[in-house]
Design a protein around this ligand. Structure first.
Ligand SMILES: Cc1cc2nc3c(=O)[nH]c(=O)nc-3n(C[C@H](O)[C@H](O)[C@H](O)COP(=O)(O)OP(=O)(O)OC[C@H]3O[C@@H](n4cnc5c(N)ncnc54)[C@H](O)[C@@H]3O)c2cc1C
Ligand SMILES: NC(=O)c1ccc[n+]([C@@H]2O[C@H](COP(=O)([O-])OP(=O)(O)OC[C@H]3O[C@@H](n4cnc5c(N)ncnc54)[C@H](OP(=O)(O)O)[C@@H]3O)[C@@H](O)[C@H]2O)c1
Length: 614
């Protein structure tokens, strides 16, 4: 088919011929309407709005996927969803991170979904409670029996242009069997902080004591009275140290890079000096009885969190006061210990360069009698302990590596589209080029939760997850109703987004000279963070910018989805006059008052033009 402007032959009788009286019976009865035009085009015999059935596969069953499942059930039709999760249960971050003190550092009331508000035990709740919250969502909605296949790992993914599907290879971790699956859409909910890594320290695996990573921790393992070494002073390390220092016999801790230990998120609402606290029964009852006040409480805290973007901007008043405040706090809490102040308090970057690490009790733990702090790299681990920078051997019972995650953004398996593996595309000179954090240029029908260049540097992930979800659902629904085969972020648009981001980011603390996971763990790494505030992100993600996508269709004529001239609401029970407003707020065909006609029809008016009253 091709429409080349070479004239269109009307299938209909012209007004002229009708006037001339040659309206045939067949024409009148509609029996001579052609099925095809001269180019072989035919009408899709279905109302516009009819959804094409599609399959969606999500990788991972953490918070992102659970939110997607909930919203998909509410908003999508004719979509078959499968989730592959490598772990034996749902929960992702909150299933895996069970080290002592593991908690959210965003106030709990704002680390929850807007559609599932609960009363939390603590201001910053601990990992088991957050996991339970997610598990409740799963159980209340029966997500495992409906969608989630546990102990299944995605090992390979390649886009098939001809078939318009992703070809996935999945391993059943129980049976070891590998099988294929072919969804139209493949969503990465595999987590940005899921691929935990051991430190590169000589002899680490020769250690015969207890060796654990913070994200792969033997929950409940007793450290009482033991000699413990903790490597790493990121958010995980500081929580561990603050939590275990009072219990252990001897604590050795490495802070190899300077860190800002900042005021807690939403400090004004925290306990004394930023401390965590357990809500009293009275407080919980008050929140229970006054949902509108609970809402205001959440909004006031979020209000405070949203202000924090200002202190990320280099040279801002907020940056200066955050630095001065944190400096004073750190000095005081480090008891003005000259070595620790000199080595630990950053001089060359502002708070926010690394993800802020609010850690009630951490600085106090560093100056405790049973703590030894090392500020250089660990030299060597032995079977029974480690050798410090001065060459002295220390025996320890437990070695905890709070050494973070692989945050290079490179997938752990081949992820291929148009013959190119993302691991090559995003390596070396090219680095990571994302489309607004949610897409990958040239990779069709693929979305990512918490992807690179997302607003991961400040505030709670939960509202972001809700926004990514809505965006994905909007695109999938459009593809279904407009019979779109593929949507692919354009390379040019993605490069332009990155150009803007990379220049803007120079204004922010994220590009200062600190080593941070935002920069793949390197001081000179690429800061893959969204170039703006969370509000800025919410706004740009409100509606997909389809002009940034290459779009291909299942039909050669992209308007084929217009179908048989009707719209689905004319058949599915929805209100067919909805554009006038609704009688009862619902979008269903109303049961009309049959008596109204007796009052308002013309025939009810008598000859003197008065309305007859029945
Ligand atoms: C210790 C810690 C504390 C945090 N605290 C906060 C906080 O206070 N506030 C905040 O906003 N954010 C916090 N975060 C970030 C947190 O990761 C997010 O808030 C959120 O939980 C991410 O959810 P997710 O579903 O996107 O990913 P995850 O929870 O990471 O889940 C990803 C899932 O994908 C699965 N998976 C990965 N690869 C595969 C594969 N190939 N096949 C099958 N399954 C796979 C994993 O097993 C995992 O279950 C924290 C992160 C960590 C590590
Ligand atoms: N809400 C919370 O309370 C919470 C808790 C935990 C994690 N998180 C999230 O998870 C992210 C990651 O946190 P994380 O603490 O797990 O990882 P991280 O921030 O990447 O910190 C890893 C730490 O390990 C150190 N390290 C790595 N290799 C080392 C080595 N060989 N010797 C000595 N030290 C070494 C790093 O030092 P260098 O900096 O010098 O590389 C760094 O201090 C956080 O930023 C946050 O987003 C949140």
């Amino acid at each position: 088919m091709g429409i080349n402007g070479d004239g269109f032959h009307s299938a209909y009788t012209t007004a002229e011929s009708a006037r001339n009286g040659d309206l045939s019976t067949a024409e009148r009865d509609g029996t001579n309407i052609p099925k095809y035009d001269d180019y072989g085009y035919s009408i899709l015999e279905q109302p516009m709005g009819t959804k094409r059935s599609v399959r969606v596969i999500l990788m991972g069953a953490g918070a992102s996927t659970l939110n997607f499942l909930k919203k998909a059930e509410e908003q999508l039709q004719d979509v078959k969803i499968t989730v592959y999760e490598k772990n034996p249960d749902i929960g992702g971050t909150w299933l895996e991170n069970r080290y002592p003190g593991a908690a959210c550092d965003i106030p709990s009331v704002n680390y929850q979904f807007s559609w599932k508000i609960k009363l939390w035990s603590h201001f910053y709740s601990y990992s088991p409670e957050i996991w339970r919250y997610l598990k409740d969502i799963e159980e209340e909605n029966d997500f495992i029996s409906k969608y989630i296949k546990l102990k299944h790992q995605i090992e390979h993914a390649e886009w098939s242009e001809s078939a318009g599907v992703w070809k996935l290879r999945v391993k059943d971790l129980t049976s070891g069997k590998v099988f294929d699956d072919e969804p139209e859409f493949f969503i990465n909910g595999g987590g940005v902080l899921n691929n935990w890594k051991w430190p590169d320290v000589s002899g680490l695996h020769d250690f015969t004591g207890k060796l654990m990573h913070s994200a792969h921790y033997d929950e409940g393992y007793s450290l009482e009275g033991k000699r413990v070494a903790v490597l790493g002073a990121g958010s995980s390390g500081v929580q561990i140290v603050a939590s275990i220092q009072p219990k252990v016999k001897q604590l050795y801790h490495w802070v190899r890079s300077p860190i800002w230990i900042t005021a807690g998120f939403a400090q004004t609402w925290a306990g004394r000096d930023g401390a965590n606290f357990e809500y009293s029964q009275e407080q919980l009852q008050y929140l229970q009885d006054h949902p509108e006040k609970y809402m205001e409480y959440r909004k006031q805290i979020e209000n405070e969190l949203n202000q924090r973007f200002k202190f990320i901007i280099k040279g801002s008043e907020e940056a200066t006061s955050a630095r001065e405040f944190s400096f004073e706090q750190m000095r005081r809490k480090l008891k003005e210990d000259p070595r620790l102040c000199e080595k630990i308090i950053p001089k060359t970057f502002n708070p926010g360069c690394r993800r802020p690490t609010p850690a009630p009790g951490y600085l106090e733990a560093l100056t405790a009698d049973n703590t030894t702090v090392f500020t250089e790299n660990m030299t060597k681990v032995t079977a029974t302990g480690f050798i410090d920078g001065a060459g002295t051997h220390h025996e320890v019972d437990v070695l905890i590596c709070a050494t973070g995650f692989d945050t290079t953004w490179l997938p752990r398996f081949p992820l291929i589209a148009h013959g190119r593996d993302l691991r090559d595309f995003w390596s070396g000179e090219n680095n990571v080029t994302s489309y607004l954090s949610v897409g990958i240029p040239t990779f069709p029908n693929h979305f990512t939760f918490c992807g690179p260049y997302g607003p991961l540097g400040h505030g709670s992930f939960m509202p972001l997850i809700e926004r990514w979800t809505q965006y994905m659902i909007d695109v999938i629904r459009k593809c279904q109703t407009e019979h779109i085969k593929s949507v692919t972020p354009k390379l040019q648009a993605s490069l332009h987004f990155r150009q803007h981001a990379d220049l803007f980011l120079k204004r922010t603390a994220w590009t200062s000279s600190c080593r941070s996971w935002f920069k793949q763990g390197r001081a000179d790494g690429q800061a893959a963070i969204y170039p703006g505030s969370r509000l800025h992100f919410f706004e740009i993600m409100k509606q997909p910018r389809y002009e940034d996508y290459e779009i291909t269709y299942w039909h050669e004529n992209e308007f084929a989805f217009m179908g048989n001239g009707f719209e689905t609401r004319e058949f599915d029970g929805r209100d067919i006059t909805n554009y006038l407003g609704s009688l009862d707020g619902r979008d269903v065909q109303p049961r009309y008052d049959e008596k109204l006609i007796e009052k308002l029809a013309g025939w009810t008016i008598d000859e003197s033009y008065e309305v007859r009253h029945s």
